[in-house]
Design a protein around this ligand. Structure first.
Ligand code: UFG
Length: 322
């Protein structure tokens, strides 16, 4: 297939682009490099530097595309609370322009990076796709708004639409000559922050609260290897059906606490990694774990890199040899 990958210079987008190329697809990456890196665009992809809302139409006009994988987004929860306008514009308005370009150029498929943040504080864990969507911040609300737009375009215009709701993406893609991992200018995610301590670029890790209603008092999250996540995108492309909007949670179904992650990083790196208990971070739910049955049953997706050691070792390999 000929595919447009928006945000293909970012962490998840670049890894998915590498998997798509590996599977024999033709890939055009569109990225404004506001948070992505030119050197993360995998070899073999055509790169177009441009802002999503403005450039998507021109790119799609340039050839018959079979699908779009849409990763380009602003994704800092804290920033979204302080500067919501960036999220309504950069996520919702830009995605609307993309959807309009998709309609105009009759692109049949769209696979979208949605998020567990669309659910907010869950009533029940593990979280199924049928759970109520009550995002607790503008980031999650902006992604949910895009999900709603996609449903309406599937119904009205026959788009084959898929939203993949990621839980905690981690690890790195190390195969096929590419080394692709997380390197955000503003890093907020637990595993890369802990590994910065091991690499000597940060003194200690703050543990945001040790009095949560969890077995060891720290928050529990469902960490999913970025290569497993990429596999799901390929399956989603294959299973996309005209006139339907399908939503799938992507997680491993296993939760690990912040302390378990820090302990794993100590084992993997051999570094003592000093940890300091800090106040809870606003908006953090205690436990987020995916019910992955729908993706397993309907897409045939089975994550295979679910060991936390494997996820951390791959992230560490990437951090050390960058
Ligand atoms: N944490 C710490 N110290 C840190 C950083 C994180 O204790 O320095 C904790 C957090 O409080 C949380 C866990 O580690 O309990 C994981 O935090 P991350 O920031 O790595 O990930 P989140 O669970 O907050 O975020 C993920 C996605 C978001 C998405 C969110 C849904 O990365 O995009 O889930 O709630 F919005």
């Amino acid at each position: 297939m000929k595919l447009l990958v928006t945000g293909g210079a970012g962490y998840v987008g670049s890894v998915c682009a590498a998997h798509l190329l590996g599977a024999g697809h033709e890939v055009v990456v569109l990225d404004d490099l506001s948070t992505g890196h030119r050197d993360a665009v995998p070899t073999g992809a055509t790169f177009v530097e441009g802002e999503l809302g403005a450039a998507a139409g021109d790119v799609l006009a340039g050839g018959r595309f079979d699908g779009v994988l849409h990763f380009a987004a602003r994704s800092l929860v804290g920033e979204s609370v302080e500067k919501p306008e960036r999220y309504w514009d950069g996520n919702v308005v830009a995605s609307f322009r993309l959807l309009e370009a998709i309609r105009e150029h009759a692109v049949p498929r769209l696979v979208f990076s949605s998020t567990a943040a669309t659910y907010g504080e869950p009533d029940q864990v593990p979280i199924a796709e049928t759970a109520a969507t009550r995002p607790t911040n503008p980031y999650g609300a902006s992604k949910l708004a895009i999900d709603h737009m996609m449903t309406s375009y599937a119904n009205a215009h026959g788009l084959a639409a898929t939203s993949l709701r990621y839980f905690n993406v981690a690890g790195a893609h190390l195969g096929d000559g590419h080394r692709l991992g997380e390197r955000h200018a503003v890093e907020t995610h637990l595993i890369p922050l802990v590994l910065q301590v091991a690499a000597g670029t940060r003194e200690s890790i703050s543990i945001f609260g040790d009095d949560w209603p969890t077995p060891d008092g720290t928050c529990v999250r469902d960490y999913i290897h970025v290569d497993d996540l990429a596999d799901a995108h390929l399956l989603a492309l294959e299973h996309a059906t005209a006139g339907r909007h399908d939503i799938y949670n992507l997680g491993s179904g296993h939760g690990f606490s912040v302390l378990e992650v820090v302990e794993t990083c100590r084992r993997v790196t051999g570094h003592p990694i000093p940890a300091v208990v800090a106040p809870r971070r606003a908006g953090d739910p205690a436990v987020l774990v995916a019910a992955g049955d729908r993706a397993a049953e309907q897409l045939g997706w089975k994550p295979s890199r679910t060991e936390i050691e494997r996820i951390v070792s791959d992230a560490w390999e990437f951090t050390r040899h960058r």
